[in-house]
Structure formats: structure tokens, C-alpha cells
Design a protein. Structure first.
Length: 120
């Protein structure tokens, strides 16, 4: 089943994990909304620089360090995703509390590992 996913912190650099995540998600037939600092494309998925409001977001996959996440708190809450995945290096107790308060599941995991092990 396809899970509409927002990748926050998407990169055009193939060595970055966010790039690999966009590619792996789209290869696994998940609808991907990629948001990054620079416009471009990864695996036919456009990377946009503005916040995109969509309905029925299943997952937000974070690839931003905690200091850079703060500007997106309201955006994440506005999306009302079912869950937020905190990839390695993105762990953020302040955002955990906000998610808990809004009944949004948090998962401290790696999107790539979840995909590879059929746990996504």
C-alpha cells in the first residue's frame, strides 16, 4: 500500500541519505513530496523549496537537524501526518512533545532500513 510521504530536508546530492530515501520511496511506489533548499529532481520526483500542504499524509521523514526543524513545527502539525520518522541525527525531544500533544506517532528509525526490511 502506498504511503504518501513528505521528505523534509531532501537533497540533490546522491551521497545524502535524504536523496537515497526519496529514490527508495519512489522505487517502492510511495507518493513522495520532497522539500529541500534547492529545486531539482530525484528519480522523477520534483524537489520543491516551499511548504506543500496536502491531505492524507501518512509519514513525514525528517532529514534536518533539530535546530533546522524548528521553522517547520507548524507545517508538520498542519499536515496532520500519521507519523514522523526521526532519521539518525534528527532526534528532537522538543518536537516529540509537540507530536505527542497532537496525537501524532513518532518513530526514531531510518526510513531506508524500514523500507529494506518491509517495515515501512
Amino acid at each position: 500500500m502506498s504511503k504518501k510521504t513528505v521528505v523534509l530536508g531532501a537533497s540533490l546530492k546522491p551521497e545524502r541519505y535524504s536523496y537515497k530515501a526519496v529514490k527508495a520511496l519512489s522505487n517502492n511506489n510511495h507518493e513522495v513530496i520532497a522539500i529541500g533548499l534547492r529545486k531539482g529532481e530525484v528519480n522523477a520526483v520534483p524537489i520543491v523549496t516551499e511548504e506543500v500542504i496536502e491531505k492524507d499524509i501518512d509519514t513525514v521523514s525528517l532529514y534536518l537537524n533539530p535546530a533546522r526543524q524548528e521553522q517547520y513545527y507548524d507545517y508538520i502539525l498542519q499536515l496532520k501526518p500519521k507519523r514522523v520518522i526521526f532519521n539518525p541525527g534528527t532526534e528532537n525531544p522538543e518536537l516529540y512533545k509537540l507530536l505527542d500533544k497532537n496525537q501524532i506517532e513518532k518513530e526514531i528509525a531510518c526510513t531506508l532500513v524500514l523500507l529494506r526490511t518491509n517495515q515501512y
